[in-house]
Design a protein. Structure first.
Length: 297
């Protein structure tokens, strides 16, 4: 169920357990095509079904001439969009496209995706930017709203600039001791165990000049080992990576060094502005990351 959130943004009431399904937002852009290809590979690795959704609406400046509409009626538009969606899926996924569930929705894309995510969806995958809005923005309004309000984890992909891996060999998860990071580790543990992936547990340290742990306090490496307990419990292979500096930069550097196929963070860490739905680290990685980035609520 959708309801009004902060500043009029759509907010989702979470309900019921998620089922095995990946939802991909499609609008014909290169970013959404890349998202579809990547989601198909992930679905194959995790044994998840795939649903592709294309939301449409008449342009705000549609002109209705005397006695006749310029555009097809809504039912005709539904059919036209579904045909176009089917063709796009076939182009990007090939023979596997026949198993993809096609869904067409009327209205703005973000509310349509959020509503669809309530129907047994384990993961939503979107491109960072679609066809609308301001081209200068790195993270479009649709992907931003989905990242903030989806009832399940969301993966954001940039618009095809990076040669995304079709496999899932290495997953990087950022940790900082927060509840959000703990949920990210739990999610990564399940995904890595199913996909047979190794995990890099990354933590960004403050600069040396600011470091000053209390006497007797556990070292950062020991803390990260504590935060990685779910991985050890499940027997998932992992290693710890410590980096110095701003986590918005450090995590990207570690991801490049480790050649991570997926970067995962909690939607909120230990940042100072707790009222924000999407923390600064999660927002920055979704905006600037050249690798698929998962945000776990």
């Amino acid at each position: 169920m959708l309801s009004a959130g902060a500043e009029g943004q759509p907010r989702v009431e979470r309900k019921g357990p998620v089922m095995a399904k990946i939802l991909v937002g499609i609008d014909g852009s290169q970013g959404s095509r890349a998202a579809l290809r990547w989601a198909a590979g992930l679905g194959a690795a995790l044994g998840l079904g795939l649903r592709a959704l294309w939301a449409w609406q008449y342009p705000a400046d549609t002109v209705v001439q005397l006695g006749r509409a310029v555009l097809p009626d809504a039912q005709q538009m539904d059919q036209l969009v579904k045909e176009r969606l089917g063709k796009l899926v076939a182009e990007e996924v090939g023979a596997e496209g026949g198993s993809v569930v096609l869904q067409v929705a009327r209205g703005p894309a973000a509310p349509a995706l959020l509503k669809a995510a309530l129907d047994g969806v384990a993961l939503v995958v979107v491109g960072s930017r679609g066809r609308g809005g301001f081209k200068g923005l790195l993270l479009g309004s649709v992907s931003r709203q989905v990242c903030e309000f989806a009832p399940c984890p969301v993966v954001v992909l940039r618009d095809g600039r990076h040669a995304y891996s079709s496999g899932l060999a290495t997953i990087l998860v950022g940790v900082d001791g927060s509840a959000g990071a703990a949920r990210a580790v739990d999610w990564v543990t399940s995904v890595a165990d199913t996909a047979g992936a190794q995990v890099v547990v990354a933590h960004a340290l403050p600069s040396r000049a600011k470091q000053g742990p209390e006497p007797g306090a556990p070292g950062q490496h020991d803390l990260v080992q504590q935060w990685a307990q779910p991985l050890r419990d499940r027997g998932v292979p992992y290693r710890v990576a410590l980096a110095e500096g701003d986590p918005r930069v450090a995590l990207l550097e570690v991801a490049d060094r480790e050649d991570a196929d997926l970067v995962v963070v909690g939607s909120r860490g230990r940042g100072p502005v707790t009222a924000l739905v999407l923390g600064s680290v999660a927002a920055s990685l979704a905006q600037h990351g050249q690798r698929p980035t998962a945000i776990v609520h």
